[in-house]
Design a protein around this ligand. Structure first.
Ligand code: HEC
Length: 167
């Protein structure tokens, strides 16, 4: 019995209480040290796209996709979910919540965007404009181009309808 107590007390100096061994390590808290700061121009942002202003996107961004029926259908679904509440299903700027906005959503069919490059519409979606929200995180680049092509198809349909009406 004494022997047992001796063994116990001899080891106690370095191991008792053994139940807190896990506390003794160096405490490393998540993010207690700042993450590595990336040198300029090395960290991809916006899903691999370079940071660009709307002006830069208008000039530089080129639509890499084709207006296939699949892409247009996808663009239509995205447009109806995300854009139609403000811009309206036909993109005339007359969506159901348009009246709540201080500055009304633009008419995308007859407005300035019809005469501007694809990159302008793409940039408007990616960065938002004034009261229009940014769809930077909410849509992938592919999805944004699908919406651009769908908006173009509405503009073409609008132009065709205007021509017929003028006859
Ligand atoms: C919360 C309402 C709202 C939603 C949702 C919205 N927009 Fe807008 N949008 C606006 C407003 C308001 C403007 C006008 C901004 C201004 O005053 O320049 C605008 C402007 C634009 C313009 C520029 C038009 C021009 O003539 O300069 C484009 C293109 C556009 N929106 C496309 C879209 C697309 C595509 C979506 C969906 C992905 C979308 N918007 C979703 C409110 C909205």
């Amino acid at each position: 019995m004494v022997g047992v107590a001796l063994v116990f007390s001899a080891s106690a100096a370095w191991s008792f209480p053994w139940s807190i061994d896990m506390y003794r390590g160096a405490a490393v808290q998540p993010l207690s040290r700042a993450p590595r700061v990336m040198p300029d121009d090395t960290m991809p942002v916006n899903r691999g796209e370079p940071p660009m202003s709307l002006e830069q996107m208008t000039i530089k961004m080129q639509n890499p996709l084709k207006p296939t029926p699949e892409n247009l259908a996808h663009g239509k679904a995205l447009f109806n979910n995300n854009c139609a509440p403000c811009h309206g299903e036909n993109a005339l700027g007359d969506g159901p919540v348009a009246h709540l906005l201080h500055d009304p959503p633009k008419n995308l069919v007859s407005g300035t965007s019809k005469d501007l490059p694809d990159g302008y519409i793409y940039g408007a979606i990616r960065d938002g404009i004034l009261l229009m929200p940014s769809y930077d995180d909410a849509m992938s680049a592919h999805e944004r181009w699908d919406v651009v092509m769908y908006v173009r198809s509405l503009q073409q349909a609008g132009a065709a309808a205007a021509k017929t009406a003028a006859k």
